[in-house]
Structures are given as structure tokens and as C-alpha cells.
Design a protein around this ligand. Structure first.
Ligand SMILES: *Cc1c(COP(=O)(O)O)cnc(C)c1O
Length: 222
């Protein structure tokens, strides 16, 4: 049987140097996270605040935690002291709260703008116009305790590789447009978070810098 660390080595072996792996550990017990931590992997992602906070408390403090799921404003305060990056910014309201909570802890919190690139209605994220309004608002411009580091998106759940490729390519072009319009000279704006277990190679082909991989490391979730 393949162990979690075998899977880690296999996945890392497929990543170009400029692409980083966020191991999505949702529903996995802390022991399995420790299996990867002991191999030297320290970047993990969760999609629920409560589970994220519990794992943060139980695990080594040099782990870099990523929040990849939909985030409610009233829960930001629980993760603001330690979160390494929030991938799921989908409104100015949410960003305002993160900025405020970041200020309380004297931190600049790294954030990605989440775009809705899939066909499915169920997936979260903004469209280009919503992002433009956010970035052009005086409220955003005044923020000192958030850093917008790039974009994130999830492709449609489909076997159609061409469709996934098209959606990822769209996210990449949004990234380029935003960088040129709003982030010229800001080297922090450099991340494209796209690609999960079943589509991360397509994500990399389309310019991903961060892949979010769960089941290819830990096995299928039950
Ligand atoms: C669960 C999840 C992943 C990882 O999915 P896998 O198919 O298990 O690799 C990536 N991104 C987000 C936002 C998720 O919720």
C-alpha cells in the first residue's frame, strides 16, 4: 500500500520549481498531517474555520495554514492571529473584516481574490466587475493590514479537459489584467491558486503557482 509520504513524493515530483503545494488536509486527522510534516512539508489548507483552528492548536506552530473554503466575516477573528493565506476573498465586506482583525494582531494578512470561473452555480467567487469595484474602492485603498497576493479559482467538476483548460486560462488572463491595472510594481501580487487532485496538471499548464491537493495525497475522503 502507498503511504501518504509516498504520495507526497510522487506529487512533488510532478511540480515545476515555481509551483508550490498546499496539502489540503480537511477531514484528515492530525496524525496524517504529521506524516507529511515529518517529511518536511509545512504548507496545509483547510476549508472550515473550526477544524482549522483545532488543528492549528494541536500541531507544530511552524505549519503555514491556508484557508481555502468560503469564509464568513464573523469567523475571521478566529484565524486572524495565525493564518498564512486566505484564498477565498469574495467580497469587500469580508476583506474589511480581515483588515480590521489583521490590525488587532499587527499583521498584514495575505489574501487571494477568488473568481467564479466554473459553469456550476454552486461555486463561490467574484466576477471581473465585482473585483474591479473592490479594487477601485476607497475602502480597499485605505487598507493597511491585508496584502492581495493574487487570484484563486476552481474549475467545473467535469472530465472535459478542454473545458477545464479554458476556465484556468480565463483565470490566468484575469490575473494578468489585474496585475497590469492595479498591481504594477507590487511584487506581492504573484500567485495563481488553481488546480486540485484531478486537474492540477492542467492548472500548471495554464500558469498555476499554487496547487491545492487533498485526495491525491491522503486518499479519497470518506
Ligand atoms: C477540498 C478542496 C481541495 C482539494 O481537493 P482534492 O480533489 O481532494 O484535491 C482544493 N481546493 C478547495 C477549495 C477544496 O475545498
Amino acid at each position: 500500500m502507498k503511504t501518504t509520504s509516498d504520495n507526497l513524493k510522487a506529487v512533488l515530483g510532478t511540480l515545476p520549481k515555481h509551483v508550490r503545494l498546499v496539502a489540503i488536509s480537511k477531514t484528515q486527522p492530525v496524525q496524517r498531517i504529521m506524516d507529511l510534516y515529518r517529511c518536511g512539508h509545512i504548507s496545509f489548507g483547510e476549508n472550515k474555520v473550526q477544524e482549522l483552528v483545532e488543528k492549528y492548536q494541536d500541531l507544530p506552530k511552524d505549519i503555514e495554514w491556508h484557508m481555502v473554503g468560503h469564509l464568513q466575516s464573523n469567523k475571521v477573528k478566529y484565524i486572524a492571529p495565525f493564518i498564512s493565506m486566505i484564498h477565498s476573498i469574495d467580497s469587500l465586506k469580508l476583506l474589511k473584516v480581515i483588515n480590521k482583525e489583521g490590525g488587532k494582531h499587527n499583521r498584514v494578512i495575505n489574501c487571494l481574490l477568488q473568481f467564479h470561473i466554473a459553469e456550476e452555480e454552486t461555486k463561490f467567487g467574484m466576477d471581473q466587475q465585482e473585483a474591479t469595484e473592490l479594487l477601485e474602492s476607497d475602502t480597499f485603498r485605505a487598507m493597511k493590514n491585508v496584502a492581495i497576493c493574487g487570484v484563486m479559482g476552481m474549475a467545473t467538476f467535469t472530465r472535459d479537459q478542454d473545458q477545464i483548460r479554458k476556465e484556468f486560462s480565463h483565470l490566468h488572463s484575469l490575473f494578468v489584467q489585474l496585475r497590469e491595472t492595479y498591481f504594477r510594481g507590487d511584487t506581492r501580487f504573484c500567485e495563481i491558486s488553481m488546480g486540485m487532485s484531478d486537474d492540477y496538471l492542467l492548472g500548471i499548464e495554464q500558469g498555476s503557482t499554487l496547487v491545492r491537493i487533498g485526495s491525491a495525497l491522503f486518499g479519497e475522503r470518506t
